[in-house]
Ligand binder design. Structure first.
Ligand SMILES: [Zn+2]
Length: 252
């Protein structure tokens, strides 16, 4: 395969690729603030890079990245874009239907944004119910705590910034990276990585710009570094390669 990126293939190259393969990798991201030091495209750039590497390692075509996701609570920051999860669900189902017509029977969504998870689970249900197609979504921050003991407890902080540096450190400005302390909202409600009561998550939708003026939160951004990011990145790519291989074997 010359390129695994569908956007770089001719229709006949893609048709040929699908004659001996039924898996398509689909990166999904977001355009949203990630602190003053990270690019707005952090989620889509990480997802696209991982998807490309996984596609090359397993010989599966990679769909164009879906750049916009569900990011309503971040819209107080300039440049953040949002589409409702219902719309994201419909768009992703229709995108996948195009590849199903070309022979796809399995999808691996490499998702870079937490706000997309619910919509992607609906997409997987829709595709299975309508077409018997097998698909799943994967997020690096839920995988790495299990496989590499890395907590990934931040937005634009220590871990996400490190991942971004592994993808493209030139567009990360560490001189602007800073982290504010935990914010106490009431006697017992506090906010750091989301709202917490007695240590448990309580998802009250408060626009993020009301909680932090800079946008990143959780583990300190100042500690981010490319070496950690590269370790996280390669561990996650290996995980996704293994997952893709298992998806190919799965018969439901
Ligand atoms: Zn992100």
């Amino acid at each position: 395969m010359k390129t695994v990126m569908i956007e770089e293939m001719s229709w006949s190259d893609f048709g040929e690729a699908m004659s001996s393969n039924d898996l398509v990798i689909v990166p999904v991201g977001s355009i949203e603030e990630h602190g003053m030091h990270n690019p707005l495209g952090t989620d889509m750039l990480i997802a696209r890079a991982v998807a490309k590497d996984v596609g090359e390692k397993v010989g599966a075509p990679v769909a164009p990245v879906m750049p916009i996701g569900n990011a309503r609570n971040l819209m107080g920051f300039p440049g953040t874009a949002h589409i409702d999860p219902e719309i994201l669900r419909q768009v992703m189902v229709q995108v996948c239907e195009a590849f199903i017509r070309a022979g796809a029977k399995r999808f691996l969504f490499i998702n870079g944004h937490g706000g997309n998870v619910t919509a992607l689970r609906f997409v997987a249900n829709d595709l299975y119910e309508k077409y018997g197609v097998i698909s799943t979504n994967s997020e690096w921050w839920t995988v790495l705590p299990h496989i590499a003991d890395i907590p990934c407890n931040d937005h634009g902080g220590h871990y996400e910034t490190s991942m971004m540096m592994a993808v493209n450190e030139k567009i990360v400005d560490m001189s602007k990276a800073k982290t504010l302390p935990r914010k106490q909202l009431t006697d017992k409600l506090e906010w750091e990585e989301g709202l917490k009561f007695a240590g448990a998550s309580v998802p009250i939708p408060i626009p993020l710009d009301k909680l932090t003026p800079q946008g990143n939160y959780g583990a300190p951004a100042e500690k981010a570094n490319k070496a950690l990011g590269e370790k996280m990145y390669s561990a996650y790519v290996d995980f996704c390669v293994g997952l893709a291989q298992e998806l190919r074997k799965l018969v439901v």
